[in-house]
Design a protein around this ligand. Structure first.
Ligand code: SAH
Length: 346
């Protein structure tokens, strides 16, 4: 199969040009057309000679995804469902707010982790996304962001799939996103959200990247996390917290814990006590995510008052916590919801 040019790292692109006896400065021109300028074909690369365009067309693919579905929420949140070459469907979201414009990107088609509140796992796992498929989502979201006042500034890997389970493609994509010749988005504006794959957290610490790490904790101790997240049987609560402590020590970066608020399950006084013990001496913040109902699970979202009380008791215990504002509720913007809904229709 013809490779996609967006699967090439900077080093791989320059190596290709060298082996094809093409001047090295063309690499910068090619990347400039693909990433900052966002052209979708080689013919649009104005300053390349015709024979080079023909050569690139023969050697590589470069094009947009087929858009299966696009929905714009009242709050401007825009959700895409893309139809990939093998008809796997993936979701990406543009989230414009008053202070920043964020892209939420998927890393796998489906998910193998089966968390008991998340729509992404319901249809099972299909495959990893390639580096090209990761950055192409961003090209689409970036193009869409031009309709909004603020340029695309932040990326969160919080779409379908587990980013750290697709480690090599994720790292390659992040280097393109981060590169001043690529998307030029600062590492501190890139967030990787993980279900808690302990060995990969350690590996990430060794990458020398200043990216933000968000860990989906959701349980407050081992038994509660076992119930909600099957991955906890492989990487238990205490091992995960220990890996997070090590990550903070090695990278000198703070960690964010994501914590889902489910009525009567995670949002309880004993949860606060347990979290206080677990986080002792660890510099971190908690992002409290109101549960976005998925009918298959039968959980309930706590009332606003219950959520505020939970946040306040965490704060009183010395744990910095904020409640995430839900966005795009009217467009099924929670993880995997649109994909799941469309799969069930077909
Ligand atoms: N696999 C990664 C990233 C994808 S999920 C991870 O687990 O972190 C992104 C975030 O959305 C996670 O914190 C996930 O737990 C949360 N999430 C999934 N389903 C949700 C739901 N129904 N309501 C609220 N948050 C949800």
């Amino acid at each position: 199969m013809t490779p996609d040019i967006r699967d090439l790292s900077w080093e791989e692109l320059t190596a290709y040009l060298k082996s094809a006896r093409i001047e090295p400065f063309r690499a910068q021109q090619i990347w400039q057309w693909i990433y900052p300028k966002g052209v979708w074909n080689f013919d649009g690369m104005g300053n390349l000679p015709k024979d080079l365009k023909e050569r690139l067309k023969k050697d590589f693919l470069l094009g947009p995804f087929a858009v299966d579905h696009k929905v714009v929420s009242e709050d401007g949140t825009t959700k895409f469902l893309f139809d990939l070459h093998d008809h796997e469907k993936i979701e990406s979201v543009l989230i414009p707010t008053a202070t920043r414009t964020t892209a939420c990107i998927s890393t796998q088609a489906g998910c193998k982790f089966g968390c008991k509140f998340c729509a992404s796992g319901l249809g099972g796992w299909k495959r990893h996304l390639s580096c090209a498929e990761i950055v192409t989502q961003l090209l689409h979201v970036k193009e869409e962001s031009l309709k909004h006042p603020r340029p695309l500034s932040n990326i969160v890997f919080m779409g379908t799939g587990e980013p750290l389970d697709n480690f090599d493609n994720l790292m390659k994509a992040i280097r393109i996103i981060n590169s001043d010749k690529g998307f030029n988005i600062g590492a501190r504006h890139i967030t990787i959200s993980t279900v808690g794959v302990v060995p990969r957290i350690k590996e990430l610490a060794g990458q020398g990247l200043q990216v933000e790490l968000a860990v989906s904790l959701h349980g407050y101790d081992n038994p509660s996390r076992n119930v909600l997240m099957p991955v906890n049987r492989k990487y238990p609560f205490d091992e995960l917290i220990a890996a997070c402590r090590e990550y903070v020590r090695l990278t000198k970066r703070q960690i964010t814990f994501e914590y889902i608020l489910i009525k009567g399950v995670t949002c309880t006084p004993n949860a606060v006590e347990s979290l206080k013990k677990a986080f002792k001496g660890l510099i971190c913040k908690m992002n409290l995510i109101p549960y976005n109902p998925v009918s298959e699970f039968g959980h309930q979202t706590p009332t606003r008052q219950e959520m505020l009380a939970f946040r306040d008791s965490l704060e009183d215990s010395g744990i910095h916590a904020t409640i995430r504002t839900p966005r795009g509720k009217d467009v099924n913007a929670a993880c995997g919801q649109l994909r799941h809904q469309r799969q069930n229709q077909n």
